[in-house]
Design a protein around this ligand. Structure first.
Ligand code: GLN
Length: 214
């Protein structure tokens, strides 16, 4: 089944985290959201959202559900994917301050540090200018990861200056992979989901990052 926007069935990784909020945002945009808990669920979708939540827990559950390797395979094949906060951590090539056994999906060539946005390890909200969006996006950061470095193939769509005065990327994309350090699913603003669906509706580009689990 293909939704009217051409994105087809869009999965939301539903092992832990703010699954409902992503499902609602996708449904409001006319996509066909599917909660993905099993390899069979994954096989039925054409794109995926990895939600915010707790990346270490999702990493463990990816393994116990049998989704880890099939998901890696789909990402290698260029499946469009949108990762928010913990989802961004899971998709990153490198994770600093993660659990040693935390899986890296390596779908986007960025290094992230968990729970380290300046000194604000808890929550804050701010309006961000995002490339391609006509007006600022109200972004909700909750124990957000910082992006410490990006590879040459990564496009930075938005950055935020932390309390240390350093501007760091908070929205990045590389081929079919879009990530945010914050939670667009909590903002009642569908523009980043819309951006993702628009890209997912185009022919997927092959995944450029090749780094496997560290
Ligand atoms: N700190 C969480 C982690 O490491 C991410 C927080 C979030 O998704 N709001 O996974």
């Amino acid at each position: 089944m293909t939704a009217s926007n051409g994105a087809g069935r869009v999965g939301v990784l539903a092992l832990q985290g703010d699954v409902r909020e992503h499902v609602r945002a996708l449904a409001e945009l006319g996509a066909a959201p599917v909660e993905v808990r099993t390899p069979a669920n994954l096989a039925a979708v054409e794109a995926m959202v990895l939600p915010g939540g707790e990346s270490t827990t999702m990493s463990l559950l990816l393994e116990s559900s049998g989704l880890l390797e099939p998901l890696r395979g789909r990402l290698r094949d260029g499946m469009p994917v949108f990762g928010t906060c913990a989802g961004m951590i899971l998709l990153a090539a490198d994770v600093l301050d993660g659990r040693p056994d935390q899986h890296r999906l390596g779908a986007i060539d960025i290094a992230v540090r968990r729970n380290a946005f300046g000194r604000q390890v808890d929550s804050f909200e701010t309006d961000l200018a995002v490339a391609g969006l006509d007006w600022p996006f109200h972004a909700v950061f909750i124990r957000a990861p910082v992006v410490e470095s990006v590879g040459p193939g990564v496009e930075v769509l938005s950055s935020l200056t932390g309390t240390d005065g350093v501007a760091r990327p908070v929205v990045c994309q590389q081929g079919p992979v879009l990530v945010t350090a914050f939670h667009p699913e909590l903002s009642h603003d569908l523009r980043l989901h819309e951006t993702f669906l628009a890209r997912a509706g185009t022919a997927p580009m092959p995944c450029q990052a090749t780094q496997e689990e560290a």
